[in-house]
Design a binder for this molecule. Structure first.
Ligand SMILES: [Zn+2]
Length: 82
């Protein structure tokens, strides 16, 4: 499964959030980088560990998926909202 994907609206990607795979770059349509104005943006899902461990205390570590918007033009990455 290495076919190029068509750019999708952020809202469309968000609507299919559960189907997005970690580490895969999903081209984003109708958006641009605020730093270099490039329209070559991708959504990347990362696994993020949840904070909450205290020194000396064993806490069950949990992780959750989090969206990042990455600019292929200048490399800027911004943490999305979910
Ligand atoms: Zn950029």
């Amino acid at each position: 499964m290495s076919e190029n994907q068509d750019p999708r609206e952020l809202g469309d990607l968000a609507a299919h959030w559960d189907e997005l795979e970690i580490g895969v770059e999903y081209p984003v349509a109708s958006n641009h980088c605020r730093y270099c104005q490039s329209t070559d943006l991708v959504l990347v899902v990362k696994l993020e560990a949840m904070p909450g461990s205290l020194a000396g205390v064993q806490v069950k570590t949990s992780a959750r998926k989090w969206p990042y918007l990455r600019c292929k033009g200048c490399g800027h990455e911004s943490r999305g909202q979910q």
